[in-house]
Design a binder for this molecule. Structure first.
Ligand code: SUG
Length: 425
């Protein structure tokens, strides 16, 4: 059986903006109020998808939900049509209004945790929709994300889509960004590593709760000996690693991580070595946590190519710091399967704290499972080109914070939304 990993990237929506909504995410805070370039942002994301397609990999896409979203306003007692309630909310409560406009669903690594068929108790691929309950703007994604996952992975012979865990601190869950899988190859069973934040250990919210990760393991009936629950280093969270994927990434038997990513890191690495055949840890201590978080070196995608070599897809920011780039060069020359480094420009997403790995949800699929996926969400050259044309036509070129409250933008967003629905067919 051949199993390949398919990346589903979130298409960046037309209201992409910098509202400074994510406490503990340094880039989000630093760029609050800056002009954003939604068209460029979406095209950058699409180019990254094309780059993976050109490497011979199957690439999927998630479509953005309509923003600004009005369901929350109805729920909160606002009365009137969409334009009326949005106008009212914009006047009365700008911070609330800004959360309604966020295009944050682009970061598909936070859409759900995905448990591979070869690991789950029933041989199906499990998707546990993330509740994203720590940040209001992100929590608004869960419902539409779950609907989209149900649409794309509707065949219950192969897939099980779970709704989000209960909201609140107890079960705060940010999905695959805090989950890694180590395995000799995508088709074999593997070790599921859940990384969580210890509550109250630092100045910023810990966005993944251990209880949530345990629930994810239970819901997909993971055998207990196939899970590690590892606390994220408090210092890393305090310095801006608001998700584990800011400081660590795994692909098959390779783990690339900063030396300060986890508590008791050496103990955990020893255990991984015992558990995973051929384990290759690439543990980096030559750059500081600050350099790691600024460059997003560890938010790279490591992908297995059709010839079984691996490539690492990095954000262009890694080139800005010679010490970070030196790490990349050493990896490429080193005794490990990563044989090429590809630098992509996802700067518009990066300025909100989202690198290449944040923009995608990884799904290991057998040929049969891939055939069971709704094919409208799998890209080919033609469909990819059509999306680029839609973005060119409907996405605003530039947005300033005050543009968010302009009804013309809401109309543009609705037009873009319908264009995508037509594209789906
Ligand atoms: O949740 N930024 C996102 C970035 C998510 C990155 N994802 C992963 N690491 N997997 C977040 O903090 C900023 C939005 C704003 O400030 O306008 C934001 O939501």
């Amino acid at each position: 059986m051949i199993v390949a990993e398919v990346n589903f990237d979130g298409l960046i929506g037309p209201t992409h903006n910098y509202a400074g909504l994510s406490l503990g995410n340094k880039a989000s805070t630093a760029h609050a109020g800056a002009p954003s370039y939604p068209r460029q942002a979406a095209l950058q994301g699409l180019k990254k998808m094309k780059c993976l397609m050109d490497l011979g990999l199957t690439q999927g896409v998630f479509l953005p939900p309509l923003r600004p979203v009005t369901s929350l306003l109805h729920y909160l007692g606002y009365k009137g049509n969409d334009k009326e309630i949005l106008t009212k909310a914009a006047l009365e409560d700008r911070p609330l209004f800004n959360t309604l406009c966020s295009a944050s669903a682009m970061w598909a690594a936070n859409a759900a945790t995905v448990i591979a068929a070869s690991d789950s108790g029933d041989g199906r691929i499990h998707f546990i929709t993330a509740n994203l309950s720590t940040m209001l703007h992100r929590s608004l994604e869960a419902e539409t994300t779950c609907q989209q996952l149900n649409r794309i992975f509707s065949d219950s012979c192969y897939f099980a889509v779970h709704r989000a865990l209960p909201y609140g601190q107890h079960f705060s869950d940010e999905g695959a960004a805090n989950h890694m899988r180590l395995t000799p190859s995508h088709k074999e069973s593997g070790l599921n590593i859940f990384v969580y934040g210890e509550k109250g250990s630092g100045p910023y919210p810990e966005r993944q709760n251990r209880r949530a990760s345990q629930a994810v393991a239970r819901l997909s009936s993971l055998p207990f000996d196939k899970n590690y629950f590892i606390p994220q280093k408090a210092e890393a969270i305090a310095k801006g690693a608001f998700h584990n994927d800011v400081v660590a990434v795994a692909n098959e038997y390779v783990l690339l991580a900063h030396a300060e990513a986890f508590e008791d890191q050496d103990v955990w690495l020893d255990r991984m070595a015992q558990h995973v055949e051929g384990f290759i840890p690439l543990i980096i201590d030559s750059i500081s946590l600050e350099q790691a978080i600024k460059s997003y070196l560890f938010n790279s995608q490591i992908v297995t190519l059709p010839d079984n070599q691996m490539a690492i897809i990095l954000p262009r920011e890694v080139k800005a710091d010679p010490a970070v780039w030196q790490v990349v060069e050493t990896i490429i020359k080193g005794n490990n399967p990563i044989s090429q480094a590809i630098v992509v420009d996802v700067h518009e997403s990066m300025a909100n704290g989202g690198g290449p790995a944040c923009l995608r949800l990884r799904v290991p699929l057998s040929k049969k499972a891939l055939a069971a996926v709704d094919q409208r969400y799998i890209l080919n050259e033609e469909r990819w080109g059509q999306l680029c044309c839609l973005v060119e036509e409907f996405w605003p070129e530039r947005l300033l914070p005050d543009d968010l409250i302009n009804p013309d933008l809401w109309k543009t967003a609705v037009k873009a939304h319908w264009a995508l629905i037509n594209w789906l067919g």
